[in-house]
Design a protein around this ligand. Structure first.
Ligand SMILES: [Mg+2]
Length: 465
């Protein structure tokens, strides 16, 4: 995986050394020898990762990191602090200002590339989400409500898998004031819990002698439900190979034992922040999708979605799976509603009609607002007789109860006309809708407030369905 990396260090030989190492692995490397330049370059060329020296004159690494994480242009870029000091206080301070990870000087190559790969992989996922979100925004489907890295105080669901009871309880104590902690001492039990509900974070001991934590991590990463859950692993500092394997398997972050309480809570916070950001992005994508197939006024499906489902129904018919019918319904004299009581009353009527439509159709039926006061229902599995019954039930329910027009206008009796047709082999969604529309026209001609079906019985499929 290639990527563009910005190296920041005030000592020129340090920059040269890191640059050479990274370029040897085909990374594209940019560099800066002071904080203000680093911020400028980050804004201009938006690298995929920043390796940031802590000790620099004038503006130190913490200050640079604070700037980067407060700027919407750069806050999503992972930052690895490079420090000569191996002090836990410094790590905590770095995590507090938003750093994603640490490397100690002199930099160990294996640790460096494991970190780089893992952070670039995470960024790839984030970038894709961000991109899709941006196109949703451009289409007007997403409002500008999304705040990057929302630091919500809401409690998270955290699963801790430890081997030792005392150690597990010690970890849990550090988090339970703020979060809901589930403690487990058995990987099989932990796996079962992960299947039962979704957690926001898994903390796992990878040095346990009683079980193979890495195997569980790998399994979680290959499962549909666990793919997006961050994993924080506890490892021994001298087991470098395990650290590298953990990051390669897809563990998001590692914490070295003995565990420092502040570093632990800070790393947990970082992982939760990322998770929440990704969740927010995913949610807004779901909303975009929902909006792209929904009619805004009635909440029914829109025409585009209905056409796709109609095509599905035709495919199933052609494979002899099941018959299907389609109904086109139209409010009688709807123009009079708008003319007499105004468009607000008209909208209210359409919303109520949509409600009755849904109430009278099965859950598998696709109810759609086709345009104006016209509605289409695709009925998978329904032959013409079943469709006729459903349409008649709907017509009766519309006639049975007056429609509310708003507090000042009172209510009015209204009716619908409907045309139905059964799908036949060789149909396209257009030909089926044209037939349903013809039947609807006949219903209108027959005096409205009635249902008509197409005269011709469709040819049954060759398999005799
Ligand atoms: Mg320095």
């Amino acid at each position: 995986m290639s990527g563009r990396i910005l190296v920041v260090d005030d000592i020129a030989p340090n920059v040269r050394l890191l640059k050479a190492k990274l370029e040897a692995e085909y990374y594209d490397v940019l560099s800066a020898d002071n904080g203000p330049d680093a911020i400028e370059i980050a804004r201009q060329s938006v690298p995929d990762l920043i390796l940031l020296d802590v000790m620099m004159p004038q503006m130190d690494g913490y200050e640079v990191c604070t700037h980067l994480k407060n700027d919407p242009l750069t806050r999503h870029i992972p930052v690895v602090m490079v420090t000569a000091l191996d002090q836990q206080e410094d790590r905590v301070r770095g995590l507090e200002v938003g750093a994603d990870d640490f490397l100690s000087k002199p930099i160990d190559d294996v640790a460096l590339f494991a970190r780089v790969r893992s952070l670039l992989r995470l960024k790839l996922v984030m970038d894709e989400l961000r991109q899709r979100e941006a196109s949703g925004r451009a289409l007007g489907a997403i409002n500008d409500h999304l705040t990057c890295f929302s630091d919500t105080k809401a409690p998270a669901d955290i699963l801790i898998l430890e081997e030792d009871q005392q150690r597990g309880e010690r970890l849990a104590r550090k988090l339970h004031d703020q979060h809901n902690i589930t403690l487990s001492f058995d990987p099989r039990e932990a796996a079962a819990k992960l299947n039962e509900k979704s957690f926001d974070l898994l903390v796992i001991n990878l040095v346990a002698r009683g079980f193979d934590g890495l195997r569980l991590c790998a399994r979680i990463r290959s499962s549909e439900t666990g793919r997006a859950m961050p994993i924080l692993a506890l490892v021994d500092p001298d087991n470098r190979e395990k650290i590298v394997r953990a990051l390669d398997v897809g563990v998001n972050d590692v914490l070295l034992r003995p565990v420092d309480a502040n570093e632990f809570t800070a790393r947990v916070k970082t992982q939760l922040r990322c998770k929440r950001y990704a969740d927010t992005l995913r949610q807004s994508l779901d909303t975009t999708f929902e909006m792209s197939v929904t009619d805004q006024l009635t909440g029914l499906h829109n025409r585009r979605f209905m056409q796709a489902r109609l095509e599905d129904a035709l495919t199933r018919l052609e494979h002899g799976v099941e018959p299907a019918s389609v109904m086109m319904a139209d409010m009688d004299f709807f123009k009079r509603v708008n003319d007499k009581w105004g468009h607000d009353a008209g909208d209210r009527v359409l919303q109520e009609l949509a409600r009755r439509l849904k109430a009278n159709m099965r859950a598998v039926d696709i109810t759609c607002r086709y345009g104006g006061e016209e509605f289409v229902v695709v009925m998978p599995g329904a032959d013409i007789d079943a469709a006729l019954q459903a349409a008649e039930r709907l017509r009766a329910s519309v006639e049975a109860e007056r429609f509310d027009l708003g507090s000042e206008q009172g209510s009015a009796p209204l009716t619908i006309s409907a045309g139905i047709t059964e799908l036949c082999e060789g149909d396209t969604h257009q030909s089926a809708l044209i037939r349903a529309d013809q039947a609807l026209y006949e219903a209108k001609e027959a005096g409205r407030n009635c249902v008509r079906r197409t005269k011709t019985t469709p040819a049954r499929s060759a398999t005799g369905a």
